[in-house]
Design a protein around this ligand. Structure first.
Ligand code: ADP
Length: 665
């Protein structure tokens, strides 16, 4: 029966270790030199003196465990024994007789008289009063030490908290700034969830790890070094026994803690997957019901949770084995120490005080070993977290300001696509393919084409969210790349397909990006996009709060808030990426009419599927697979056979059909 259990546990340990290795290979738990860089830049670089004080105080506190064994020795050897010493000077030396030999009393030993603490107090003839005075002095010294120790611990606590919190504060700001600087291709490849993890969970983990390291590493090393010196000073042979036990303890602790870490990592990984699975199935419970899969789903869940349960049991077992093995090694060693030192006391080569001090010191030397081993694991975790943070910090900014920026034009702009091509990374074909056209200043161009034809990509290229892979975009004959990004974004306002409403008031949402705009301008913009009447019906009007992510606004209302936001700054070029799609045809027609007046001397690119929008524009650009297939005035294009006329006829037929349906009803 035992054999299968052991082999089962072994197979779980092997599997968990594989999971751990895989996670490390995936780069989730790897890095090189990142911790050092972050420590130097954000902690040591900012407050070297505080770091130094933390190191020194932590080291001193690491030696505290040996204070009481030392005090015990002093009391036993130099205060309590003084009474016996006093007597020894007057009385004949007593001996203890056993059956076969005579064992001298401790105070008779020459070694005892040479004991290092006896230099102070081994003066024969101290009266009880003097001994009590010395005891009082010792107690006072210990109390002063306790106060000092707690003051040091308080400093250590506050200083590490300050160092790590300040580092987190600065680093979070840097990462936040960097994430804003990084261009669209980076954000395409990284989910918002992952970026938020960098900003919050990773920072929190890093704060915790740095705190632990700064407190425990000097503390643990000082504990081991001081303990080694003390034990060797008292009795080097006995010290060697302890020195043999410490590595055994360390190896056992390392073995079990590493296995436990692997299993716990595996558990976390499985728990994450299980949570995702349950959330997915519960949110889609109607499908489960519709296909009568309830029992099957329960069985699947049981099958998924069984290995998790087994790993949790193994983790508990490892924990128990760790405590037992390490406890046995430490307990056996200290008992052996006690036994051998008791014999040494009896043969006079060790004093009672030395026995107490050696035993107390040796027993306290195991704790720093666990501390150091734990901190090695913390360091690995820290390196992983820091590597992730450093990777974001080092990410090159693909779209940046030029070295010698030009002033942006202050009038209507001509836009020229000069053999413009663009291909997304890791895609087989270009999204925009050799586009060579000019949009005259003040023209309104409707960009049309089937889904995936490159309309949004072209809009984003004009707003410089991406840089062309070939060719150029020229604004009044100047390359787009020659302008500062902030100036360019004020010159060209881009309104995204997906409307974005921030939490805050509607007024603030419209004013976003043009914070200096007065209320009149905000109201005017809202009127132009036909949202003012709706806002006026709200109890707090422009001060009404949009709930998080704009849940209280409909899709069409959100789109109009976004449009109003773009109009507030009165841009010279407006790029609207299908941002009226949620409006009904009537509202859209009125809105486009209004925009026609507002944008009278502005250049505008309007991505749209609706022919009604195209008819109100000066030009239509038809795209297909990133290439221009038609371009011209809408009235002219209707007359020519081609995709625009086909679209016009389709939409006209659909509208007539809908009208007939309404009339019949
Ligand atoms: P449209 O706006 O006309 O629907 P898009 O400009 O969005 O078309 O897309 C053009 C092509 O580029 C499509 O084939 C689409 O799959 C691809 N594409 C769009 N965005 C990305 C992206 N971020 N990464 C890779 N390919 C993309």
């Amino acid at each position: 029966m035992r054999q299968p259990i052991i082999s089962h546990v072994r197979s779980i340990l092997k599997a968990s270790s594989e999971v751990s290795k895989r996670l490390m290979r995936d780069g989730k738990y790897s890095g090189s030199g990142a911790t050092k860089r972050i420590f130097k830049r954000y902690i040591w670089g900012r407050h070297p003196w505080i770091v130094l004080s933390v190191g020194i105080f932590a080291a001193i506190l690491g030696m505290h465990v040996y204070v009481y064994p030392t005090v015990a020795r002093y009391i036993a050897d130099d205060i309590v024994q003084i009474g016996m010493m006093t007597q020894v000077n007057t009385d004949p030396a007593p001996s203890v007789h056993t059956s076969d030999k005579t064992i001298p009393m401790m105070h008779q030993s020459k070694r005892y008289r040479d004991s290092w603490t006896t230099r102070l107090d081994a003066k024969p003839g101290l009266t009880t009063e003097q001994k009590l005075q010395r005891l009082a002095l010792l107690v006072a010294a210990v109390i002063i030490w306790e106060i000092t120790r707690h003051l040091m611990a308080t400093h250590l606590f506050f200083a590490t908290a300050r160092l790590t919190q300040e580092a987190t504060f600065h680093m979070r700001n840097h990462i936040h700034e960097k994430l804003h600087q990084l261009s669209q291709p980076y954000h395409d490849a990284h989910s918002p969830g992952r970026l938020l993890t960098h900003l919050f969970s990773d920072m929190q983990a890093m704060t915790h790890c740095f705190t632990m390291l700064m407190r425990h590493i000097p503390n643990g090393f000082a504990g081991i070094i001081a303990g080694t010196i003390i034990t060797f000073t008292i009795d080097w042979r006995l010290a060697l026994l302890v020195m043999c036990a410490l590595p055994a303890y360390g190896i056992a602790y390392k073995y079990f803690s590493t296995q436990m870490r692997n299993v716990n990592r595996d558990i976390r990984e499985r728990q994450g997957r299980l949570a995702g699975h349950i959330a997915n199935r519960i949110s889609l419970f109607h499908v489960t019901k519709a296909f009568s899969r309830e029992i099957r789903e329960t069985l699947i869940l049981a099958r998924t949770t069984k290995p998790l349960l087994q790993r949790q049991v193994v983790s508990g077992m490892l924990n128990t084995c760790l405590a037992a093995t390490c406890g046995i090694i430490a307990g056996t060693t200290t008992t052996m120490v006690m036994w051998i030192s008791a014999q040494k006391c009896l043969d006079g080569s060790m004093t009672a005080g030395e026995l107490l001090m050696f035993h107390g010191t040796a027993a306290n030397m195991f704790q720093p070993i666990t501390m150091i081993i734990n901190e090695v694991a913390v360091m690995q975790r820290l390196e992983t977290v820091c590597a992730k943070i450093v990777r974001v910090m080092d990410e090159p900014i693909a779209i940046d300001d030029p070295n010698d920026p030009l002033n942006v034009p202050d009038s209507a702009c001509e836009i020229r696509f000069d053999h413009l091509s663009f291909q997304y990374p890791n895609t087989p074909s270009p999204a925009i393919d050799d586009l060579d056209i000019t949009i005259p200043a003040g023209a309104k161009v409707c960009i049309m084409g089937p889904s995936g034809s490159g309309k949004s990509t072209l809009a984003k290229l004009v707003a410089r969210f991406y840089d062309p892979t070939e060719g150029r975009i020229l604004v009044n004959e100047q390359n787009l790349k020659r302008f500062k990004l902030t100036d360019l974004r004020n010159l060209i306002r881009y309104v995204h397909q997906e409307p974005v409403v921030f939490s805050g008031t509607i007024g603030d949402n419209i004013r976003y990006g043009s914070e200096d705009a007065d209320q009149q301008t905000v109201v005017k913009s809202a009127q132009n996009v036909l949202i003012h009447d709706f806002i006026s019906t709200l109890p707090a009007k422009y001060r009404s709060l949009t709930h998080e992510r704009g849940l209280t606004l409909s899709g069409g209302q959100k789109q109009r808030v976004n449009l109003a936001r773009a109009l507030v700054s009165d841009p010279h070029v407006l790029v609207l990426d299908d941002c009226t799609s949620a409006l009904d045809a009537d509202t859209e027609a009125k809105l486009i009419d209004n925009l026609g007046n507002v944008l009278s001397d502005r250049t505008a690119l309007l991505v749209s599927h609706r022919v009604s929008v195209a008819l109100s524009c000066d030009m239509v650009l038809m795209l297909d697979a990133g290439k221009m297939v038609q371009m011209g005035e809408p009235d002219q294009l209707i007359k020519q056979p081609g995709p625009f006329r086909e679209l016009y006829e389709q939409q006209l037929a659909r509208a007539q059909h809908a009208q007939e349906g309404t009339d019949a009803a």
